[in-house]
Design a protein around this ligand. Structure first.
Ligand SMILES: *[C@@H]1O[C@H](CO)[C@@H](O)[C@H](O)[C@H]1NC(C)=O
Ligand SMILES: *[C@@H]1O[C@H](CO)[C@@H](O)[C@H](O)[C@H]1NC(C)=O
Ligand SMILES: *[C@@H]1O[C@H](CO)[C@@H](O)[C@H](O)[C@H]1NC(C)=O
Length: 220
């Protein structure tokens, strides 16, 4: 069967474009980060952690509290504990009574978008202190989130650990995860296409910036 030329052209374009989009849109980077964390824990004889979507959503709120200020992450500044009850839980539709203690956090920020396994080893876990937090035996649950600021750089990664009991902690009011975008969080079965767009857009922007830099360098 002879295909109309237009169809041929569009399938060519799809084939060329699909590798970039297939990687980003079908996956949730926050879920992938949790998988990397659990693989690393179990390899070191620590327990596998429950991926709690309520905690994941709170990790996303935790990132938002930094308002895109990467430098505050470096200073180890933290949002006040009261914001869990006052802002994070209500924004996620998580019942305030179901909040359980945070037993650890890993937080990082980078101007460049990285894959979850790169973010894990290059940003979040790169010294003995963070490795100790990762392998802490007190954790039972984990929630992860990643987001860009205004749909682009810088990219924040946040992992919160808790000692809560299975399905008794970080429970959604109506039993279902509230969709909170932009950004991705783990455990909510969300394909996170909004974040896929920021990732794709981010890499395009970075290629353009790299191109411009090269031009500048080449001219100089
Ligand atoms: C766990 O992660 C740390 C930090 O990236 C790495 O040094 C270590 O080799 C990893 N362990 C395993 C078993 O992969
Ligand atoms: C783990 O929990 C125990 C008992 O609640 C506590 O004493 C200990 O400090 C905790 N360890 C860490 C590393 O937080
Ligand atoms: C917790 O989850 C289990 C199944 O995973 C279910 O049987 C149980 O009823 C749940 N408990 C509560 C309090 O919702």
């Amino acid at each position: 069967m002879a295909l109309p030329p237009v169809l041929l052209v569009s399938s060519f374009v799809l084939v060329v474009l699909s590798p970039t989009y297939a990687v980003d849109s079908k996956n949730n980077p926050a879920d992938q980060l949790v998988a990397v964390i659990n693989a690393n824990r179990t390899a070191s004889k620590s327990s596998e952690l429950i991926d709690n979507p309520g905690l994941g959503c709170i990790a996303l709120q935790y990132i938002k509290a930094y308002e895109g200020q990467c430098s505050e992450v470096g200073d180890m500044k933290k949002p006040p504990d009261s914001s869990f009850v006052d802002a994070f839980a209500p924004n996620c539709g998580v019942r305030a009574q179901s909040l359980t203690p945070i037993t650890g956090r890993l937080l990082g920020c980078q101007s460049k978008y990285m894959s979850p396994d790169e973010a894990f080893s290059n940003i979040l876990v790169q010294n003995s202190r963070s490795l100790q937090i990762l392998h802490d035996k007190n954790h039972t649950e984990v929630g992860a989130a990643v987001t860009g600021t205004d749909g682009g750089s810088p990219y924040f990664w946040c992992v919160l650990f808790s000692s809560g009991k299975k399905n008794g902690s970080f429970v959604f009011e109506n039993g279902e995860a509230k969709t909170v975008h932009p950004g991705c969080f783990s455990g909510n079965n969300d394909d996170c296409s909004a974040a896929a767009q920021f990732a794709a857009l981010g890499s395009v922007v970075w290629k353009i910036i790299a191109g411009v830099l090269c031009v500048v360098v080449c001219v100089l």
